[in-house]
Design a protein around this ligand. Structure first.
Ligand code: HCA
Ligand code: CU
Length: 391
């Protein structure tokens, strides 16, 4: 069963301008745990004293999820993480040629440092789960990655993470995450090494989810995600999207409490200041709203004419938008929703005219406004009748 690592509190807080206070971080961690993610990457304790405090406090909570800290390949970072009492330690060190030159290191010196720090962590905490990430893995020379990964595994790393740090991979091409993971697993197992494999996919080309699924299909054991895909630049894989797809399309049903997702997204959006786009998959306000008359009519007959995912999995309901695209069936359906099922044809036509006129101003008529329109039209009609009778 694939594991989900949520890094909203680490990668997500690397979104420009995003900072979560400790009480919000606690609430986020609690919801993530209730949803059922396997690992919560809570932060990088060496970055600020506030982050240290948050990681420390989150790791002291009773959670089903493992609580993790991020760490450079330095003993002093490992010390801070272990002081926090985390279950999981993610150590990163890039082995691309450019970075090695930049750090004035050759591969062998870099690997000495990586393995020394992993062994150090392993000795300090024999139980801790250690992940080693050759940052920017997929653009680094294969030989460097394979050597670093195999030496890290021998030194005690339980997990090797394949980071597409710049969102470089493209499914079905020579830059395929599927092929990358298959080859890595093959070559490591050829050396008698079987670390778990994680995938960390950035969304610079809008392909993070597709690449993560490619990694999953190739046998990755862990997928990194964040709420709304928050993270550096265009972010990473969105939590809700991957859980929905794994649940519905890859037989991983009922593993997660998806009904808690909207609450988590509202919390994150509010305190990150990043709005959820209306058309954001699964979670956006309009993600299950049908618009054109033809679509709405078909939806009313059978919701799955124009839906392939049931909004109910997130505790959500589909709806119909009333605007310039609406037709008679959209209006009838909406009138039924407000207890006006017996509206006559004339009223329906008048409502539709109003809805279309308002829609042309770029606005949608919601159920509340529909009630006002109906009330207005009914009163107008009554008044008209009265004048007629008196005259
Ligand atoms: C970073 C980069 C990172 C690291 C991932 C990891 C990436 O912000 O340090 O340590 O597994 O995308 O490579 O997020
Ligand atoms: Cu990243």
């Amino acid at each position: 069963m694939v594991k989900i690592l949520d890094t909203t509190l680490r990668e997500g807080e690397q979104t420009p301008g995003v900072y979560f206070n400790i009480h919000i971080k606690m609430a986020i961690a609690e919801l993530l745990d209730q949803i059922g993610v396997d690992i919560i990457e809570a932060g990088h304790p060496a970055v600020t004293p506030e982050i240290y405090k948050a990681v420390n406090e989150i790791s002291k909570r009773e959670t089903k999820a493992l609580i993790g800290a991020h760490s450079r390949s330095l003993e002093k970072d490992v010390d801070l993480a272990i002081e926090c009492g985390v279950d999981f330690l993610g150590i990163f060190y890039c082995v691309s040629e450019e970075r090695l030159v930049h750090h004035s290191k050759n591969l062998s010196l870099a690997i000495d440092q990586i393995t020394r720090v992993i062994q150090y962590a392993r000795e300090k905490d024999p139980e801790i789960t250690i992940r080693y990430t050759p940052e920017d893995t997929v653009r680094s020379p294969w030989k460097n990655v394979l050597t670093a990964a195999s030496e890290a595994a021998k030194a005690g790393a339980n997990i090797i993470s394949i980071a597409d740090t710049t969102g470089y991979m493209i499914p079905g091409t020579e830059r395929s995450m599927y092929d990358y993971i298959r080859r890595l697993k093959d070559e490591l197992s050829g050396m008698g090494l079987y670390p778990e494999i994680a995938v960390h996919c950035h969304n610079d080309r809008g392909l993070a989810l597709a690449n993560a699924l490619d990694g999953f299909r190739a046998g990755a054991d862990i997928i990194d995600v964040s709420v709304m895909g928050l993270g550096e630049r265009a972010g990473i894989v969105d939590l809700a999207s991957i859980l929905a797809v794994l649940s519905k399309d890859f037989n991983e049903d009922n593993r997660w409490n998806l009904k808690k997702i909207p609450e988590l997204y509202n919390l994150i959006s509010r305190f990150s200041g990043v709005p959820i786009p209306a058309n954001f998959p699964f979670i956006g306000e309009k993600a299950f709203t049908h618009c054109a008359g033809v679509h709405s009519q078909a939806f009313i007959q059978n919701p799955f004419h124009y839906q392939s995912v049931d909004p109910e999995i997130f505790g959500r309901k589909a709806s119909i938008s009333l605007d310039h695209m609406s037709g008679v069936s959209s209006v009838k359906y909406s009138l039924e929703q407000i207890g006006e099922a017996d509206a006559d044809d004339e009223l329906i036509r008048e409502v539709l005219n109003n809805v279309k006129t308002i829609g042309q101003t770029g606005r949608v008529v919601d159920i509340e406004e529909l009630k006002y329109i109906v009330r207005y039209l009914k009163k107008k009609r009554l008044k008209g009748q009265k004048i007629k009778n008196e005259g």
